[in-house]
Design a protein around this ligand. Sequence first.
Ligand code: FMN
Length: 360
Amino acid sequence: MTTLLEPYQLADLTLPNRVVMAPMTRSRSQNHAPNESTATYYAQRASAGLIIAEGAPISLQGRGYLWTPGIYTQEQLDGWRKVTDAVHQAGGRIFVQLWHTGRMSHVTLQENGQAPVSSVDTQVVNWPVFAYDEAGNPGQVPASPARRLSVEEIHRITEDFVRAASNAMAAGFDGIELHSAGAYLLDQFINGGINTRDDEYGGESIQNRLRFVLETVDAVSQAIGSKRVAIRISPEARIHDGPAYPSERETFLTLAEELSKRSLAYLHINDMGVSSELLAGIRRVYRGTLMIAGEYTQEKAQKAIESGVVDLVAFGRPYIANPDLVERFRNGWPLAVAEHAVFYGGDDRGYTDFPPYIQS
Ligand SMILES: Cc1cc2nc3c(=O)[nH]c(=O)nc-3n(C[C@H](O)[C@H](O)[C@H](O)COP(=O)(O)O)c2cc1C
């Protein structure tokens, strides 16, 4: 019987267990660069089979929230180098998630106050972003209206992803995860309810809606090697005003089939309501390593691995308060619970001060 706590061979990386730390934005990079605390935080969690570092904007344009650490300036790369060195010294492995938020952004985060960008002219109305309000104070504000990208600009963003991936390698990461979930930019092209373009990058044609993400996967793979490239998707998620649309299941099955041809590190499903039929369908057509995240407990993760539905399970919130999550699982120790108030922003409190379990 395969267990959650057994090793797994992920391309040329040997993971000591199948417990992954899910990417989590913690909004603690006031200069938009990782710092000593970021390094401490990730190194404390190095016993995870794999760490996926939080969404890192690939460009100024790709930012949607204040205080997220980017991966496009030298200062940011120097900060990430501290993180990867600390994690490797602690015996861990670490990927970074590459992020362009698209329409989930605000003019105060964009260069010269420009409009954010997306597949079409569009605006998210039900979900705020974290930017500057009218008085210039940081806070939750409605996303700004976004404008449709030209084909030339789409190509330029693929280049931004490539540059960010090369930066990640230079900063010592073991690989990158493309953020193609959560109705952020890549997903704003995949989603047939948002992307009503009438050119080769959108509309009813599934191939057209998948063109941007697949071209980006290919370009990044060519730059750093497909074994170091992973991707996160969120089929049937209803977040950030990403609507349901008639060809949704077919779209994700086609995407999984296409990704299967590309020998990637893994395909990561962010389960925010994916149906068991679609998940099973993806498992059938995707022949590589499959990872899942979304309200998993040790027991649920063990069952998912045992039954062969997935190969790896990523844990998000449990990793906030349990730096030694793997040891707690191994020994049956109780889990600490983090309050929502410490998730985003602030200082080291609720960030690097959760201790490992202390036996009494
Ligand atoms: C504080 C916080 C920040 C998150 N940031 C990201 C992120 O940057 N990128 C991403 O893909 N998902 C992000 N997520 C989603 C998590 O990766 C994960 O999928 C989700 O929390 C469900 O797993 P859980 O139930 O184990 O927490 C975030 C979740 C939390 C709680």
